[in-house]
Structure formats: structure tokens, C-alpha cells
Design a protein. Structure first.
Length: 331
């Protein structure tokens, strides 16, 4: 019998360090990411894939702003929807092609997804998530006056817009995703954390905000009851004392141990912190297992040979992952 896994693909999977982010680069990177996903399918997993879209949203915002004198502008929620379509298309096509080459008959769909947040979330009153390009002080003040933006200063690079980053409460399309997974469809969804929406008198309404991709992924993983929650990022392991002389990789760790390391300040809020908090949320909500690693080592990490594996309290820290293999359906 196959297991289910939700894989949160990091933004670096499509635009890697030092790249310009051209479509050709993103297509090539999507194929490499898709090969890792095919490896998980060979291990017997049915997959749900979520993804980041930070660079793509930034580019979409810049296009919208610079072309505002000739075409209609786009609000942040609409930019997020457009980028879900963009990245979802690239990943879906790459997955279909890699599955075809591997002679595995698994249908794939990309689903534009909305995520409900609370209008009363404290983050809505204290915008803190930087988005878009850097501006001079004069340009930033002008946009603040005309558009009502919240602006923060980065002493080294200029001024930047910040928006709220509220907690995800509900995945609107959850039942559709659950139905597709039950029919063995590989689902790409909840890109960039989902399009942030609020309920107003029972109706959905988009808001100018950004939802953390890993937190939304953990929520979806918990609600679907998946067997494995995997986060791919730009490091092979979670480290204690990251980038310090005594840097130490974590291989197997319990959720309580991870909470202790989090409280000790090992995982900064702007880097590994949200990923760690998301894994803790998943496991504390009844999840069975989580891994954090680079997408290149994802299959090895799931098999217990690489990456950081996090388990509920009481599980043996060094036990091997048992794979329930399922023969792929040949084309």
C-alpha cells in the first residue's frame, strides 16, 4: 500500500543562487526537482507538492508597477494567483515529462489555491514581510503617500515595502485536494502559501498579505493526514550553530528536542525558524514523520540515509524508515 507525502519545495529549486531566473533556467531546475519527486513515487509515495514563489511574485509586482501607465495594475493577491499559475505550470509540465520518461502512469494537476487568514490577526496591524524591489528614500516616501504602503529601511540597500504575514487558518480547496489524492493524482497546490483571503459575511475576499509557504504546507499536511511532511531547502541538514566554527548537523531528532533547540535560538526567524515551527506544528498535530534537506538528497533523506529526520517523542531516534514499496504502473 502506498503512503502519502507532502513535499514543500523551496524557492531555490526553481531559481538558484547566482541565476537570473530566466524561464530557461527555471525549466531546467524544475526538471531536476521533478526527478526527485519521481524518486519518491518509486518509493511508493503518493505526492502533494507545494512551492515557494517569492522571486516570481517580486518580478510580477515590478512588472505591474512599471507598466501601470499602459495596462491595469495588479494587487498583491492577484500577483500571487498569477505566480501560482506560472510556477505550477512549470512544475506540472516537468513532472509530466519526468514521469513519462520513467514509464510511470501518474496524472498530475496544478491547482490555484486560496488560504484563509483572520482579519484580526496581529500581523495585519504590524506588516513585517519585505516584498518587491528596493527604492530610494524619495521614491519610497512617494509610494507611501500615494499608495498607502508600509515602508522599512534597509541601511545597506535602500527602502522596501512590507506587508502582513498572517497565520494560515484554512485551505479553501482542501476537499478538492483530498479527492484528487484519493484518486492517485499528483497535486501541485498552495503555491507561495496560497492566495491570502478573508471571509466577509461568508464570502471570500483577497487581501494584500503574504503567507509563509512552510506554515501553510504544514497546515495542509496536517489536514490531509499525510504520512510524511518533507521540506526541501538550500541546506542538506538542519544545523545547530549554523555557519559557526562549531556548526553541527542534526540527523535524527525528536520534536521535543527540536523545540528545545528552537527556544535556545538556533533557528533565526528569517531563515530556518519558520520551517522548524512548521515541522513542530505538523508533528504536534498528529503527524508521523518529517524531514528537512536539499531536494537533491530528498530520496536519501526519506530512506533515512541523509538530511534531518524529525519524529514524535518516543520514536527511536535512529530507527530506519520502512518503505512500503509499490510497483509503478508501466505506460
Amino acid at each position: 500500500m502506498s503512503k502519502t507525502a507532502l513535499v514543500a519545495v523551496g524557492g531555490n529549486s526553481l531559481i538558484r543562487a547566482g541565476e537570473k531566473g530566466t524561464i530557461a533556467e527555471q525549466v531546467a531546475n524544475a526538471r531536476r526537482t521533478a526527478r526527485a519527486m519521481v524518486g519518491l513515487i518509486r518509493l511508493g509515495y503518493r505526492l502533494i507538492i507545494t512551492h515557494g514563489n517569492g522571486p516570481q511574485v517580486g518580478a510580477q509586482l515590478l512588472r505591474s508597477e512599471r507598466a501601470s501607465d499602459v495596462v491595469y495594475g495588479q494587487t498583491l493577491d492577484v500577483c500571487g494567483a498569477a505566480c501560482q499559475g506560472e510556477v505550477g505550470y512549470l512544475l506540472e509540465q516537468a513532472l509530466r515529462n519526468e514521469l513519462y520518461d520513467a514509464h510511470i502512469d501518474t496524472p498530475v494537476v496544478s491547482l490555484v489555491t486560496q488560504t484563509v487568514v483572520s482579519p484580526d490577526d496581529p500581523a495585519m496591524r504590524e506588516p513585517s514581510k519585505p516584498i518587491g524591489p528596493f527604492y530610494s528614500r524619495a521614491d519610497a516616501e512617494e509610494r507611501k503617500r500615494l499608495l498607502g504602503w508600509h515602508i522599512v529601511e534597509d541601511a545597506a540597500r535602500g527602502y522596501r515595502r512590507v506587508v502582513p504575514s498572517p497565520e494560515p487558518l484554512e485551505i479553501v480547496e482542501l476537499d478538492i485536494i483530498r479527492m484528487l489524492v484519493a484518486r492517485k493524482v499528483l497535486v501541485v497546490s498552495t503555491g507561495g502559501g496560497g492566495i491570502p483571503v478573508v471571509r466577509v459575511n461568508g464570502e471570500l475576499q483577497g487581501v494584500e498579505a503574504v503567507i509563509d509557504k512552510d506554515r501553510a504546507s504544514a497546515l495542509l499536511a496536517s489536514q490531509l493526514g499525510v504520512d510524511l511532511f518533507a521540506i526541501s531547502t538550500d541546506t542538506d541538514y538542519v544545523y545547530l550553530n549554523y555557519k559557526k566554527p562549531d556548526q553541527t548537523p542534526l540527523t535524527h531528532v525528536s520534536v521535543s528536542q527540536l523545540e528545545e533547540y528552537l527556544r535556545a535560538g538556533h533557528f533565526p526567524a528569517g531563515n530556518m525558524g519558520p520551517k522548524i515551527e512548521s515541522v513542530i506544528h505538523f508533528l504536534r498535530s498528529g503527524g508521523k514523520e518529517a524531514v528537512i534537506t536539499s531536494f537533491e538528497l530528498l530520496c536519501a533523506a526519506v530512506a533515512g540515509r541523509a538530511g534531518t529526520r524529525i519524529v514524535p517523542d518516543g520514536a527511536l531516534p535512529g530507527e530506519a524508515v520502512e518503505q512500503e514499496l509499490e510497483e509503478p504502473v508501466l505506460r
